[in-house]
Design a binder for this molecule. Structure first.
Ligand code: CA
Length: 234
């Protein structure tokens, strides 16, 4: 099933096949990945996963280890016989045995459930950079340019001097222009956890100051009672 949720369909969006029998998790991944700009195909078991891989030629497979019928390890091994498509295993346990078996079966990487969506997205981007070099060009919004590959950003002709977190924060905003991000969401996405602190406000404040020193006009707005958004006007 392919779902488009509030995104503009553009040519050459990477396609991700999710093979996961926990339907809630499969649908959550479908939603998150669609929002991130990927085309998503979901299969709820290994047999359907293999046929979906043949039918849809995905650019990457997210593959659960524990599947009914044939296991994720077997699916990985069969996929590997005919293709070098990136495979990220979703492992249920932190035990290293599963991860070693997954990598032995031909997987490129793994995440351990429960995983942070941001960690998974970073691993997906890393795999796609490897197999689709140059496919992910610079991201632009207003007079901002951000290059995820070199981790450089500019406003107009001025290069922004950003810390790693500030860069991640700007990347999050630039991947979703106009979207309002709550503090909790930002903390989960950029820091990978949520704590009771004003760290987000501090970092957004710093990033906003750096953006405004490099060019004219506000781009990072506070949306009262809701959070922050990258916009050309509030
Ligand atoms: Ca499972």
């Amino acid at each position: 099933m392919v779902l488009y949720i509030g995104v503009i369909v553009v040519a050459d969006r990477p396609k991700i096949l999710v093979v996961e029998d926990e339907e809630n998790l499969a649908r959550l991944l479908e939603l998150e990945l669609s929002e991130e700009g990927y085309d998503v195909v979901v299969a709820l078991d290994g047999i359907n996963g293999l046929s979906a891989a043949r039918e849809h030629s995905p650019d990457l497979v997210l593959l659960d280890v524990m599947l009914p019928g044939i296991s994720g390890l077997e699916v990985a091994a069969r996929l590997r016989k005919s293709s070098n498509i990136p495979i990220i295993m979703l492992t249920a346990r932190a035990e290293s045995e599963d991860q070693v078996k997954g990598l032995d079966a031909g997987a490129d990487d793994y995440v351990v459930k429960p995983f942070s969506i941001e960690v998974l997205l970073a691993k997906i981007r890393a795999q796609l950079r490897r197999t689709r070099p140059g496919a992910e060009g610079p991201i632009r919004y207003a007079d901002l340019v951000l290059n995820p590959q070199t981790r450089e950003a500019w406003r107009g002709t001025k290069r922004l001097d950003l810390s790693a977190r500030e860069f991640d924060l700007l990347e999050l905003f630039m991947r979703h222009p106009g979207r309002v991000w709550g503090r909790m969401e930002i903390e989960e996405r950029v820091w990978g956890e949520y704590g009771e602190s004003n760290v987000v406000d501090v970092y957004v404040g710093r990033l906003r100051r750096k953006l405004e020193e490099a060019g004219s006009g506000r781009l990072l707005y506070t949306v009262r009672g809701a959070g922050y958004a990258l916009r050309e006007r509030l």
